[in-house]
Design a binder for this molecule. Structure first.
Ligand code: 4AD
Ligand code: MG
Length: 399
């Protein structure tokens, strides 16, 4: 893989280039582009141990000076305002390269295991993950649509064509929460498989995460970049399936023992996840959430109908949820009740309900937030830097 952040030092002496070139060279400002002819020589003090002794310079473009971001470190607000220029830095180049390789590995995992990649829509007619985080858009003159929160419902359609399907799409969440882990637009890797039960679903997630992390460590370039970012590669080396599991009930007990004001039925939010993930120190599944904490489509546990066959996968070091998944409810009447409980109209979900009316199979699936995973891999402080153009609740003007 190329290393586009490499710096090459070029040294110009008036005596080597003559006074005409020398006068032109004086006009070169930061970020200008030039073509240089010269001789590459060794210099142990230069970046990379080499430098160019310049003979000729052809100016291609002179940048306006001063450069808005200068050389000193800038606060995050300034970097966001100048995002289109801020990403011209080695730090961002390195993040994009790890991201690109991560996506390559994810695709490779699915291809090797004979999953089919499909292309679900982004403009959708129904909510998948609750009404509160839906972005509404005008659809021509007299209609409305939403930006997809998840491809899941469409993947559930596609399993009847292809069996095991996956997709990588943007998902949108109008999350008001201004946290370090929420984006309004993120890349969602989702998988859904016919005949896969709860356990099979967890196994695929473990294998996928292990495959990605191992691949990143086996590649010299991504390994060295990850080490440079996080300073410690051990937490990645420890990623080995099978992952630990705790149930929601156990999580509540752990949290209560740590003096959290929490009772059975309460949601497990970012603060609670942080404590649990610091306690367990590895990737782990948090399983069997009360049904009312999850979306309408989760299958209820037949042994204990107050809980669901759902699981989140949490990353270590306090990073928390990176995957949400479950076995899907296949009883049409239970689904209709659950859709109503969420405040939606079952009429809007007729096509989805038809998947249970006109022949169904047990099936399960999950969704991985690409940025959440990359955020942990590089141990970044804020999720925004995993994307070149992050969409955040608090930044309403963007390029
Ligand atoms: O847990 P979520 O909401 O689950 C679903 O959307 C399911 N329909 C997925 C499925 O089963 N096909 O979202 C899945 C993952 C989360 O675990 C998280 O990693 C990521 O998507 N995610 C976000 N990432 C960044 N910013 C946000 N606002 C996110 N919301 C969810
Ligand atoms: Mg979730």
């Amino acid at each position: 893989m190329s290393e586009p952040w490499r710096i090459l030092q070029c040294v110009i002496k008036k005596s080597d280039v003559g006074s005409k070139t020398w006068e032109r060279v004086k006009k070169i400002t930061q970020e200008s582009s030039v073509i240089i002819y010269g001789e590459m020589i060794a210099n142990p003090r230069a970046p990379g141990g080499k430098e160019v002794k310049v003979r000729e310079v052809l100016i291609q473009h002179i940048a306006v000076s001063p450069y808005p971001l200068g050389k000193k470190e800038q606060p995050p607000e300034v970097l966001m305002r100048w995002r289109h220029l801020a990403i011209r830095s080695p730090r961002f180049t390195k993040i994009w390269i790890v991201r690109e390789y991560l996506l390559k590995l994810a695709r490779e995992y699915f291809q090797r295991n004979e999953w089919h990649e499909v292309s679900p829509p982004i403009l959708v007619s129904t909510a998948c993950e609750g009404g509160a985080t839906l972005f509404e858009v005008k659809y021509f003159d007299d209609s409305k649509a939403y930006l997809s929160q998840s491809a899941q419902l469409y993947l559930e359609v596609m399993i009847f064509s292809l069996g095991k399907v996956w997709s990588l799409t943007p998902s949108f969440r109008a999350e008001k929460s201004r946290t370090r882990r929420h984006l309004a637009e993120y890349w969602h890797l989702e998988a859904e498989a016919a005949w896969y039960r709860f356990e099979d679903n967890l196994r695929v997630q473990e294998e996928l995460i292990e495959y990605i992390i191992r691949g990143l460590l086996e590649n010299d370039l991504t390994r060295s970049l990850i080490l440079e970012f996080r300073g410690d590669i051990e937490p990645l080396e420890n990623v080995k399936a099978p992952f630990e599991r705790i149930t929601y009930d156990e999580a509540i007990e752990i949290l209560q023992s740590k003096n959290f004001d929490i009772k059975w039925g309460d949601d497990i939010g970012a603060d609670e996840e942080k404590v649990l993930s610091e306690e367990i120190e590895q990737f782990f599944f948090l399983t069997h959430f009360p049904a009312h904490l999850k979306a309408f489509y989760v299958k209820l546990d037949s042994n204990r109908p107050e809980v669901s066959l759902s699981a989140d996968l949490l990353a270590p070091e306090g990073y928390g949820e990176i995957i949400g998944g479950s076995e899907r409810e296949d009883d049409v009447n239970v689904l209709i009740d659950r859709i109503r409980e969420e405040g939606f109209d079952p009429k809007d979900y007729q096509w989805y309900l038809d998947l249970r009316r006109y022949g169904s199979v047990p099936h399960s699936g999950f969704g991985l937030g690409i940025e959440r995973l990359l955020w942990w891999i590089l141990k970044l402080s804020h999720i925004r830097d995993t994307l070149p153009f992050p969409r955040l609740a608090r930044v309403k003007k963007f390029i």
